[in-house]
Design a protein around this ligand. Structure first.
Ligand code: FBP
Length: 350
């Protein structure tokens, strides 16, 4: 005979094990409306993409031709990894025959990809970076996938996807998948930030942290200091400050998703500023910085270009780039204060 308290533990454990991503979306929306059904189904397909990519990554070292370069360059002028191509195809495949996503735009594709059988019924567009941190793939260091969902506006008959050139404030959902010691999926539909961990024994992403709050301040600063002499003097001022003050420690994994994940839970700031060569920075607005900015703000943090919030930035083209300062609100404000001080001095000097 199961004791009362045992049955409660049993029920709790079962209820917890059943809190999958698709169920959590319904819980969040408190509705089973058509839109709720769509968003829940859409998130389940993203979860499937994460499982397929995690499986490939976990066995890549044992497979012929899974690692290395393809020999071609993408629209960014970057050498493409075979895993980039595989992951890009996975996101397209999981949305085929879904009636959900009519259009996908990714770092690996010059123009958006249309899934004819989903158009025009499917009103959602998926923006994604299939493999973030590509330089880590072949050496088995953590990488991620970044995604955002927006509603298609208009028919986009000329295929220019001009309706995508809008601020991130229009996003319906955003998140990332972190392929680390465990595979995790972090997402938000504008009702807080929640983390799921892939349970390999179930093959399901199960809720592991809910309503995550980013600390207002943290000890971590994350930047590629190898670019120090290419940065604006204001950013150098900030780095000199953290070098000279107790309580700061540097962490930089080479994958934005991994560095952001650490800051989401432990606080601090990640920077990828503009450089002399690339004043607009390296990271892409629509499918790298805006999705993470959506999460940061939902978790009580901030994301800035240095002069405006990332979510207010409007791209002038699909693969537009922005400088990025993201993390705990006090630390982002500290970096901005050095930028403002330098521009104040520059104005005063004129
Ligand atoms: P990819 O999406 O092509 O990987 O580029 C983005 C990225 O790898 C980020 O994940 C990372 O923070 C940054 O570029 C690393 O750039 P760098 O090697 O210049 O420090």
């Amino acid at each position: 005979m199961v004791e009362a308290h045992e049955s409660l533990d049993y029920e709790y454990a079962l209820d917890h094990d059943c809190t999958t991503l698709s169920r959590h979306v319904f819980q969040q929306l408190q509705s089973f409306s058509a839109d709720a059904q769509d968003l829940s189904a859409l998130m389940s397909r993203i979860a499937l993409a994460g499982k397929l990519i995690a499986r490939r990554l976990s066995r890549a070292g044992l497979m012929e031709g899974a690692l290395g370069f393809t020999g071609s360059e993408n629209v960014q002028g970057e050498s493409v990894k075979k895993m980039d191509v595989y992951a890009n195809e996975v996101f397209i495949s999981v949305f085929k025959q879904s009636g959900l996503v009519c259009r996908l735009a990714s770092e690996e594709m010059e123009k958006p990809y249309y899934i004819p059988e989903n158009c025009p019924l499917g009103r959602y567009t998926l923006l994604y970076d299939p493999i973030d941190g590509s330089s880590n793939v072949d050496i088995n260091i953590n990488v991620g996938s970044i995604f955002a969902v927006c509603q298609q506006e208009g028919e986009d008959l000329d295929g220019t996807a001009s309706d995508l050139l809008q601020s991130g404030r229009k996003l319906l959902a955003a998140g990332y998948i972190l392929y680390g010691p465990s595979t995790m999926l972090i997402y938000s539909i504008g009702k807080g930030v929640h983390a799921f961990t892939l349970d390999p024994s179930l093959g399901e992403f199960i809720l592991s942290s809910e309503n995550i709050r980013m600390p207002d301040h943290g000890p971590i600063y994350s930047a590629n200091e190898g670019n120090f002499w290419q940065w604006d003097e204001s950013i150098r001022d900030y780095i000199r400050y953290v070098h000279r003050h107790e309580g700061y420690t540097a962490r930089y994994s080479g994958a934005l998703v991994g560095d952001f994940h650490r800051i989401l839970f432990q606080g601090g700031v990640f920077l990828y500023p503009g450089t002399v060569k690339k004043p607009e920075g390296k990271l892409r607005l629509l499918y790298e910085t805006a999705p993470l900015a959506f999460l940061a703000e939902q978790a009580g943090g901030r994301a800035s270009t240095g002069t405006q919030d990332i979510l207010d930035a409007v791209p002038d083209k699909l693969h537009a780039r922005t400088p990025l300062i993201i993390g705990s609100k006090e630390d982002v404000a500290l970096v901005e204060s050095f930028i403002h001080e330098r521009s104040r001095q520059a104005i005063a000097a004129h």
